[in-house]
Every structure is written in structure tokens, then in C-alpha cells.
Design a protein around this ligand. Structure first.
Ligand SMILES: [Zn+2]
Ligand SMILES: [Zn+2]
Length: 205
């Protein structure tokens, strides 16, 4: 089933704000959808592996229709701006990695210089206004520039992850909450959940 192509504004509505990171994710997803000739993913035929959990991932969810809940959005948090799209139907995959030269600095070095002040809360009203104007121009540029100037793109061998499986749940011996068996840890010879085992992360790795 093919759905209409989602606009950048659709991604902004989902994400909650416009930002260069979202625009980059939007370009990556649109490129991948065109390259793989996939319609929006209703099922699991399109899988995306993202290697960061930043703004761009939200655009990918909107454009590619991949989500954590459907099991076709896989987060491998390696801290890289890299996105792999796998089309299961045609057994093809492409990987997009953001170019090493920082994109915002290339487009507008002055905006990049203002950023620490804005993020650190020390920017004046004037500087804030200037920063937002520059951000808007940067986003427009990202949306219009050749995708090769943003990403290094390669067709790769698809390494198709297993389809989402239903796992058995067991009760954590420590807190009593139910936990998927494959996410349990063994502590003192008993099955416990990850927080009770004393491992901390963002909860889904
Ligand atoms: Zn953002
Ligand atoms: Zn527990």
C-alpha cells in the first residue's frame, strides 16, 4: 500500500520544532524512499536502522513510516549520523552517513559561532533573533541542496534483522514487574529486570 509522500512540514508537526537535524533526517528518508522505490511502510517491508537518537530520527519515522513499535525502526545508538534503509521486498539496502564536514558550519559559519551562546543561555535578544533567522535559512538550504553534499551514500548488502517476534514474559524476582524474557538478567541465580540488575541506559537497548 502506498501513501502520499510526507512533506517537511509534516515532519515538523510531528517533531515539534523546525531544526537543521530534522531537515537532514528528512532528506535522508526522502532519498531512501526514492532510491528504494518503496511506498510508505505499512507493514515491515521497509526497515530503518538509525545510529543516533537525535532530531533526524523523527523525520525518518514520518517519511518512512518506520517506528519502534512496529519493529521496523531499529536504534543502534553508536552516536553516528548514519541511517540504513533496507527494503525487504527487493532485498536492497542503502546507507547514508552524514559528511564529516559539519553542515551548519559549511552553510553559515556565523550561525555555528552563535550556537554556543544560544544554547548556553547567554545570547542577547538581538543574537537570538539573528540565530533564528540564520537557522531558517540553513534549513531552507539543507532542503534544497544536492543530497550528495549532505551524505555519503552507498548501496550495501542487506543484513535484514529478524521480524519482530513475540517473546515470553517472566516476573522479575526483585520488583515483581513482568519483563520480556530476552531482556532479563540473572542476578544471584534469579531472573531480574535490567533496572533491578543495576544496569542503566535509556531503557531500550
Ligand atoms: Zn530538533
Ligand atoms: Zn525488577
Amino acid at each position: 500500500m502506498t501513501h502520499p509522500i510526507k512533506s517537511y512540514d509534516d515532519a515538523v508537526a510531528f517533531h515539534g520544532h523546525a531544526c537543521p537535524g530534522l531537515a537532514l533526517g528528512y532528506r535522508a528518508a526522502r532519498y531512501a524512499m526514492d532510491a528504494l522505490r518503496a511506498g510508505r511502510s505499512d507493514d515491515e517491508e521497509l526497515v530503518c536502522i538509525v545510529e543516533n537518537d537525535a532530531c533526524g530520527v523523527d523525520a525518518i519515522q514520518v517519511v518512512a513510516g518506520c517506528s519502534i513499535g512496529k519493529g521496523n525502526l531499529i536504534l543502534r545508538d553508536f552516536g553516528k549520523h548514519a541511517y540504513t534503509f533496507i527494503d525487504r521486498t527487493y532485498n536492497r539496502a542503502i546507507r547514508l552517513v552524514q559528511r564529516p564536514e559539519p553542515v551548519v558550519e559549511r552553510i553559515d559559519p556565523q550561525a555555528a559561532a552563535l550556537r554556543p551562546k544560544v544554547m548556553g543561555g547567554t545570547a542577547t535578544q538581538e543574537e537570538l533573533k539573528e540565530f533564528h533567522e540564520r537557522q531558517t535559512a540553513i534549513i531552507d538550504k539543507i532542503l534544497a541542496m544536492p543530497v550528495d553534499d549532505l551524505f555519503i551514500i552507498k548501496e550495501i548488502e542487506p543484513d535484514v534483522p529478524e521480524k519482530a517476534r513475540i517473546f515470553r514474559s517472566v516476573q522479575c524476582a526483585s520488583c515483581g514487574e513482568m519483563v520480556a524474557e530476552h531482556r532479563t538478567r540473572v542476578k544471584d541465580g534469579k531472573f531480574v529486570c535490567i533496572p533491578c540488575a543495576g544496569e542503566y541506559g535509556r531503557g531500550w537497548k
